[in-house]
Design a protein around this ligand. Sequence first.
Ligand SMILES: N[C@@H](CCC(=O)N[C@@H](CS)C(=O)NCC(=O)O)C(=O)O
Length: 368
Amino acid sequence: MKHYVARRSSTCTDKYTLKKSRHGTPLHTQRPLERDRSKREPIHSITKAIAVVVQRIKASASNQKAPDQNLMQSESKLIRPNALYLRKGDPLPPFNGKLRVYNMRYCPFAQRTILALNAKGLDYEVVNIDPVDQPDWFMTKSLFGQLPAVEVAVGVTLCESLVIVNYIDDVYPQRPLRARDPLRHAHDQMLIEALTPMHTVLFKLVHAPATIDENVINAYFKALTYTQEQLKKRGTTFLSGNEPGYVDYMIWPWIEKMLAFQKVDARFKFDTPSYELLTKYAQKMIEDSTVNQYAVSDEIYLEAMDGYKSGKVFEYERESSFSNYFTVKAYHRHTFFFVSAEGSRFRSPPPQMNTPSTPFQYPRIDGC
Ligand SMILES: N[C@@H](CCC(=O)N[C@@H](CS)C(=O)NCC(=O)O)C(=O)O
């Protein structure tokens, strides 16, 4: 799995030298470079010069912190919660031929896409988009300006999470996700639809908590009850059988997020005896490697949603990536840089990223 904007370096040193903070202060002022050569000892011979260089290299190596093993391990597994989000004014990263997901880390719809790709073990790149301050070119990528969108070839993009997942399932035959039996698939789709009240709850929790009333809560529990009934009726560990499949991955983002919210809002608590089967199912899902490799802790998720409510989540994300390195949580500590198609690394978007995007023309047959 490749991430366009989210590669980590084990040190955080000269990231400060190239990026400007959003508040206009050049970040290099935070870490002055050693420019005043007159203050260095003069070097009179080649041998001495080499010795001095070796000494400086050793000194700088010993100053570097040892990479955190846990971080190194998690790097291959997780899309970092605080990756850079592209926003208005940011250039379009050039398409490098790899399937690209326009993503937002906490978006349940986008999560569907990531789960499907991960379940099939596909390689892809992630370009995170700030949904509330989207770059102008994003409308050329997503019909409704929503996340997720995937770019499957230059200028050929798809949007709508279920449409995307169906496409992925059709094009990549490994580990088929959808049920082959049309009746079973129809029932799976009904279950996915039946969980719509959970979308409402999640949306309201984040954007309009004051509008949550008894009807909203009742509809939420009705959806959970239906899911549990389906589990019971199907009699398998997962809704799709002995391993998670389409229906499991398509509904999981909402169950996962409500597992977090129920901890802070008792009205939505469902890890109760009435939902024992559903709770066991959720536990099994958490243990699934596809789910697990894209998991984010409840604490981080809730923190991010708190930020979202106050319009700060993406500010937080971006600032934590570039200028507030030491104040964020341990596993937020990453340095990000751009990686070009040829593998060159840049601390800020490389100049060739300023390629104008293809103007969006509606309707298009090959995608949104
Ligand atoms: N029906 C869409 C819903 C996607 C959606 O609502 N995405 C949200 C982020 S979680 C979004 O992009 N919101 C920004 C907007 O609507 O302008 C799908 O299944 O993909």
